[in-house]
Design a protein. Structure first.
Length: 238
């Protein structure tokens, strides 16, 4: 079965909005593990607007499932990952000012840079993954870096799903077929949701892991609202 890694960036966004430590990112991550998640994903960004580097160290101390750290492997990120030694590192080519991830690697152009990073992480026993668009040449380029896995960037699938799911998934199925034939493991993520995940997981061969954050946390808020509103009404009873 495809593993679910829950991205907790949005929990940290909520915490940071007020200062203090509510919600407690580490406690929430542990609860998510207890609720059945197969892993926890974080994507620290240079401005630490959600997950902070200090969170990454604190999480490593307590997590029992697979810890996946995503990000652009600048020197600070690389040093942190080598120190923390998560189960997996996912390399994402984010610009410093990107609101969220918006492209996969050009694995041909950045091949030697990626090869160098991949071999440093693998030397520490960290499984590696490279964020790529569903483009056959980028998947082939990823295989040349020595990475263990790719993460398919699913934003265009999620965008196209409502209009034409078969058309939206087709490039991903082909990219997954090529990746598997080249010996690469296949992960996927970005904008996956309760609405589009089942169709994706059924249509993508050899899908090992999905990481889901934004939609999952929004859905969790919405699905919990009725319950919590009623709990408040109950407390306010005379
Ligand atoms: C690589 C990827 O698609 C996710 O990590 C996504 O970028 C989440 O980051 P934000 O929570 O900052 O949007
Ligand atoms: N790697 C994708 C991820 O961690 C979560 O992306 P999103 O669900 O927040 O878009």
């Amino acid at each position: 079965m495809t593993k679910l890694s829950v991205n907790i960036n949005k929990i940290a966004t909520l915490r940071n909005a007020r200062g203090g430590n509510v919600p407690d990112v580490v406690k929430v991550a542990q609860d998510i593990e207890d609720f059945g998640s197969d892993g926890i994903t974080v994507h620290p960004r240079p401005d630490e607007r959600h997950i902070r580097y200090s969170d990454v160290y604190a999480l490593k101390e307590v997590l029992r499932t697979e810890f996946n750290i995503e990000g652009n492997p600048n020197p600070k990120f690389t040093d942190m990952v080598l120190e923390v030694v998560p189960a997996q590192v996912t390399l994402v080519p984010d610009a410093v000012d990107a609101i969220t991830s918006n492209a996969g690697w050009d694995t041909k152009k950045h091949r030697s840079f990626l090869q160098e990073k991949i071999s440093a992480f693998k030397a520490k026993g960290i499984r590696t993954s490279i964020f790529v668009d569903p483009d056959p040449s980028m998947v082939e380029g990823a295989a040349e870096t020595g990475t263990d896995r790719i993460e398919l960037y699913t934003e265009s699938y999620a965008r196209g799903f409502a209009n034409d799911p078969a058309k939206a998934i087709a490039p991903y199925a082909e990219a997954a077929r090529i990746a598997h034939s080249l010996g690469l493991g296949i992960n996927a993520g970005h904008d996956l949701s309760l609405e589009n995940i089942a169709y994706f997981s059924k249509g993508i061969p050899h899908l090992l892991e999905v990481s889901i954050g934004h939609a999952l946390i929004c859905e969790a808020i919405y699905l919990g609202l009725e319950n919590v509103v009623n709990m408040y009404k109950h407390k306010l009873r005379p």
